[in-house]
Design a protein around this ligand. Sequence first.
Ligand SMILES: [Zn+2]
Length: 250
Amino acid sequence: MTVVDGSSAADQPQEHLEMRRALTRMSRELYRQGLFTPSGGNLSVRLAGGAGILITPSGLFKGRLRAADMVRIGLDGQVVGAALPGRVPSIEAGVHATVYRARSDVAVVVHGHPPHATAVATKGLTLDGVTVEGREFGGVPRVPFLPPGSAELAEAVAGALTAHDAVLLEGHGVFAAGASLRAAADLLMEVEHACRVMLLMNNLGVRAQCVPRDCVPAPNPPAEVEPCRQIASGTPPAAAAKHTQRPPQP
Ligand SMILES: [Zn+2]
């Protein structure tokens, strides 16, 4: 049997086949959700037994990746194992490898180009618990624009992810890390959702604020508590409403 790229089925990399398929499914899901663009976004998983990292390839359409397109690299970012001709690791393989070296608890790294999160990062707004989901990720740091694929970007992202599981990239997108494909992808989706809500609030002239559980001190809050940390930079303090005590939201 001959496949589309001219290689035979026997030539297809078979190692870690289930994980290759899982990466394929998730890449397609992220593309459908608008978190990957046709050429932007990448995804990797740490393989068991010190076998390295399986990562999406560079330069291929992200909405139709196949299991055989995935590339295995070591923790140094270099290719190991079999790969189809022309398949090279994502340009951000260095970022992924640096994060795995820094975080032994991370099994998956995902990088997307979601539009709202990119806008928030580029505007320099601060995202912290603007939605019910968002309160769970406890603040998302931001790094300034650095060239894609650069060692500087790898160090900046890995540094930001030492204390957080997601980071906003100015003019670029988001990196998220997790213990599973589902966890990392969900975090990326939730960051994008929170950024979208925040921008909608800004457009409506509504002050973005933390959800109550993140703001009201326990166990004996004063009648009127200090405003929670401002989400949208530049919001005049005088315009900040005071939080009133409300029960935790689901
Ligand atoms: Zn990118």
